[in-house]
Design a protein around this ligand. Structure first.
Ligand SMILES: [Ca+2]
Ligand SMILES: [Ca+2]
Length: 228
């Protein structure tokens, strides 16, 4: 089936309805402190770069009023990285500005802002959403701002293949200046040897089918592959 990147991220918005527990946010620090705690072997790392300035509202529908309205640079992805460090996958999004401690409030009953990655760990399956649309991603991992606090979450979408619900579990994360990092146990992803992935940012307003806005995606075309 034909699909596009925005549709991939749309399911994240649907899944945001499952919001549950939260994790304390780290204290923002200078973007000059964007250093990794450890260096991954190149063979276990996948990196995508993305322009600064291409994020916009209504990314999934680039026509109509407000479609080119500028959004804050902290919602503009400039680089994304996936690496495996021992038994942990580390997911990184670098954005164009320091993530504030109190980001712009998103309108609507959910009011969610998300820095998110979709992981296609099984090319033979495409779990459906509640609207019957199928998406390639078995997992989402994200950091969400709900207007009050930040939370890191892993969405296991595989139960949707058999009529179940996505399973949401908290994940550790840090927000350090303009860098968001998420840490997921490899076992939580069934320790895949390879997978395809997409990073992005989105706003989720309510549970409505189109009540979301994809703000930016990286890569801009297709999916990245880990390891690179
Ligand atoms: Ca960008
Ligand atoms: Ca898949």
């Amino acid at each position: 089936m034909k699909w596009n990147r925005s549709q991939h991220l749309a399911i994240a918005g649907v899944l945001l309805g499952f919001l549950a527990s939260c994790t304390d946010r780290s204290t923002p620090t200078s973007p000059n402190q964007l250093t990794l705690a450890f260096d991954a072997p190149a063979s276990l790392t996948s990196v995508v770069t993305d322009p600064l300035g291409d994020a916009k509202l209504n990314h999934h529908n680039s026509t109509g009023p407000g479609s080119d309205q500028k959004i804050p640079d902290y919602l503009d992805v400039v680089r994304a990285e996936v690496s495996r460090q021992g038994n942990t996958f580390v997911f990184i999004e670098d954005v164009g500005d320091v993530v504030p401690s109190n980001p712009t409030t998103v309108s609507g009953s959910l009011g969610i802002q998300a820095w998110i990655l979709g992981l296609d760990t099984d090319p033979t399956t495409a779990p459906p959403d509640n609207n019957g649309n199928s998406f390639p991603f078995e997992f989402f991992v994200d950091v969400e701002w709900d207007g009050t606090q930040f939370a890191g979450k892993l969405y296991d979408r595989r139960p949707l293949l058999t009529g179940g619900e996505a399973v949401v579990t908290p994940v550790s994360f840090t927000i350090d200046g303009a860098q968001i990092r998420m840490f997921v146990a490899a076992s939580s992803l069934e320790s895949p040897s390879t997978f395809a992935w997409l990073a992005g940012t989105l706003s989720r307003h309510s549970d409505g089918i189109n009540a979301y806005q994809t703000l930016d995606v990286a890569p801009n075309s297709g999916l990245a592959t880990w390891p690179q």
